[in-house]
Design a protein around this ligand. Structure first.
Ligand code: ADP
Ligand code: MG
Length: 301
């Protein structure tokens, strides 16, 4: 098969591993920088050009679209879908997962455990918003944040009010969330491929920090997850419509709570922590499922 990996940088660990795994399994892999791609939408024959060349027919696309290029990146992916390539994750599913509020609403509608979460537009409503999610301590998150940046723990109601007011003053979109103290600065990353959790790791925040992101100095270790955690991760990925997803779960007194569902989970941390060939499993999934025009939306969404 000809596999296109949509990634801005060939040298990134995940990109390199996906190229390696494709070639090992006898496929031809090419890395396509979405920002260097342009498209012919007007004709009845959709095309994608990359650095002046008209790309050959692609069988499957692995999107690794960074949060900052979601808009253009999903448009390029949609174009490949219109051309009949099999997307590892569909453009609509990626757009959906990038909107934190929409994701939480979809998950809550289907009864997935979530931390109590609120959002508001108007600073006059802050008092009631804080009360609604159960009072301080509270976690306040910038909707556009990633890698733990823009996630703040407010220990008291006064602190929460000030932080929310400050963010709203900057016209930033935020959500306000119940703090899951018993998680102890740890979360669980479940890597879902198809309808299976193929690997899981526990990420532990460094001392004095509640955010477990590896970018914030957290450390990763192998963990055995419970059946409830496994079922929750699979259900969350399915609701989001993602064939491959990194589902982040907090262990709470009332069971597993989903924090976020990531459509381009990094492979470095999880391959190192578990010693598993996740890139190989992703290519294997594509081999089993790639059929031309095998998207529910066919690029229409
Ligand atoms: P980002 O998208 O920036 O990674 P997250 O929502 O994943 O933001 O939050 C970053 C980290 O902060 C999480 O991995 C987790 O360790 C911690 N965290 C986030 N929300 C909560 C919460 N409601 N209760 C306890 N810890 C949390
Ligand atoms: Mg996170």
């Amino acid at each position: 098969m000809k596999i296109a990996i949509l990634s801005r940088n060939k040298k990134l660990y995940s990109t390199r591993r996906l190229v390696e795994a494709s070639e090992q399994r006898g496929h031809e892999a090419m890395v396509v920088d979405v920002l260097r791609s342009y498209m012919n939408i007007a004709s009845s024959k959709p095309e994608v050009h990359f650095k002046v060349e008209n790309l050959p027919a692609i069988d499957a696309v692995i999107p690794r679209i960074g949060a900052s290029v979601t808009f253009y990146g999903t448009a390029v992916l949609r174009q490949f879908e219109m051309m009949g390539a099999f997307p590892l994750c569909e453009s609509v599913a990626i757009s959906r997962s990038r909107d934190k509020l929409r994701s939480l609403q979809l998950l809550s509608r289907k009864g997935v455990g979530l931390p109590n979460t609120g959002f508001a537009h108007n600073p006059d409503d802050i008092g009631d918003l804080i009360k609604m999610v159960g009072g301080a301590p509270l976690v306040i998150k910038l909707l556009e944040g990633t890698q733990g940046i823009g996630v703040v723990l407010a220990e008291t109601r006064k602190a929460a009010e000030s932080v929310i007011e400050a963010f709203m003053g900057l016209k930033a979109n935020i959500l306000v969330q119940e703090y899951i103290k018993e998680a102890g600065g740890a979360d669980i990353r479940c890597l879902v491929i198809g309808d299976k959790v193929v690997a899981a790791m526990k990420r532990q925040a460094q001392a004095g920090e509640f955010r477990s992101n590896l970018h914030r100095g957290g450390s990763a270790a192998l963990i055995k997850i419970t059946p409830a955690e496994r079922a929750t991760a699979i259900k969350a990925a399915k609701i989001m419509g993602l064939n491959v997803a990194g589902v982040d779960i907090l262990r709470s007194e009332r069971g597993p709570l989903v924090m976020e569902v990531n459509s381009s989970p990094g492979l470095e941390g999880i391959e190192a922590a578990t010693g598993k060939d996740i890139a190989g499993m992703i290519i294997e999934f594509i081999e089993k499922n790639a059929k031309p025009h095998n998207t529910r939306t066919k690029g229409k969404g």
